[in-house]
Design a protein around this ligand. Sequence first.
Ligand SMILES: Cc1cc2nc3c(=O)[nH]c(=O)nc-3n(C[C@H](O)[C@H](O)[C@H](O)COP(=O)(O)OP(=O)(O)OC[C@H]3O[C@@H](n4cnc5c(N)ncnc54)[C@H](O)[C@@H]3O)c2cc1C
Length: 402
Amino acid sequence: MSTTEVLIVGAGAFGLSISAHLRGLGVDHVIAGRPMDTWRAHVPVGMLMKSEPYGSAIASPQRGYDVAAYCRLRRLDYVKRLGPLTLDRFLGYADWYTEQLVPDVRDITAAHLDAADGGFRVAFADAEPVTVRQVVIATGVLPYAHIPAELSGLASDLVTHTSDHHHLDRFQGRRVAVIGAGQSALETAALLHEQGTDVRIIARTPALHFTEPNPAELGPFGHIKRPVTNLCEGWHCAFWYTPAAFRRLPEGMRITKARTVLGPSGSWWLRKRIEGVVDVLTGHQVRKAVPDGNGVQLLVEGPEQSVLTVDHVIAGTGYRIDLARLPFLPERLRARITTINGYPEVSRVGESSVPGLYFAGAPTAVSIGPSARFIAGTHTISAKLAEAVARRSKAVPGRAAA
Ligand SMILES: Cc1cc2nc3c(=O)[nH]c(=O)nc-3n(C[C@H](O)[C@H](O)[C@H](O)COP(=O)(O)OP(=O)(O)OC[C@H]3O[C@@H](n4cnc5c(N)ncnc54)[C@H](O)[C@@H]3O)c2cc1C
């Protein structure tokens, strides 16, 4: 069995960025996962980025690896703000970033992780096991896809989650209900409508919300009135983008804000593709769903009750962080990880209550802040986490998990 200092599980924005930083620091590590698989297989074809082009850059140890640099190099059009950046352009950028900074990523799947001999032993579905001193779990939100109880009893040909779809063409000419009011629900509904699906959005909120576009340009004092962060713009954003400030909030507020800052809402550019275009039932909730012929009958409750029959339901109902849903994390190790409302509690460098076991990305949002839910969060954590890992790698062995 081979031994290495660090394993990063997951090759999305966070895993790649942390690997690039560890490489920069000369720390021996393995990064496991198919690069940017979430974006390649679990978001809809034709999607546009919610983050600004400048805010879609993955943090790197040296300057010059942002979307602007990629576009300059490849002679592609680039606008810094109000993009919106297409999925294809973002993936082109991420592939270039990976080739340049994370060339040795391994397309393998972690299957079992356990504490062993002052570190961890990791088994893979498709590679030899390794022992490591430190592990970074950067597996994104897909393991936590949430389908509400009233829909979860339906068969998978009748109900799916937004993250189950890359191609939506199987729904052409069919009747689909999309549940939810966040970006994924609204963008999926817009794309379905535009390809000829008879689509209806059902949302609990009394009204749909859309973000306001940022100004096309900032004047001389613009950056003072409206500080620009990779996460968003304005003084409140500067706060949400600063983990040290966020960590000072009371726990109850952190739990709420981790989830609700910058959501649920649609991007400004979705408004004209939804309002007055797609059928929307706001202030309504699905109470019951039963198979009906080849489709589904939905009992929908709001100011009045109605019954809706569709061929398929897509739940755009987001993600609920719950470590019990990580298939590779056994109960005995999980029990040692302190959690807050299901989220692992992590230090300012991403370390959990199990020494040497780190988390990155959305599951750390209650400790690090809402930036952890976005690519912007790579700028607030990757360098710090990599430095902490590098320090530990030089420290005396033994202060670790088992
Ligand atoms: C539809 C949609 C649109 C979004 N738009 C934006 C946007 O415009 N801007 C923005 O900043 N954020 C956006 N986000 C949020 C986005 O998911 C995150 O910003 C970013 O992808 C988080 O990176 P990550 O590394 O945490 O997770 P991911 O990118 O999901 O990467 C996690 C990786 O871990 C891998 N993995 C999981 N389990 C294992 C295992 N056992 N072994 C090996 N690998 C494993 C997965 O295959 C995946 O590739 C969007 C999310 C969705 C769903």
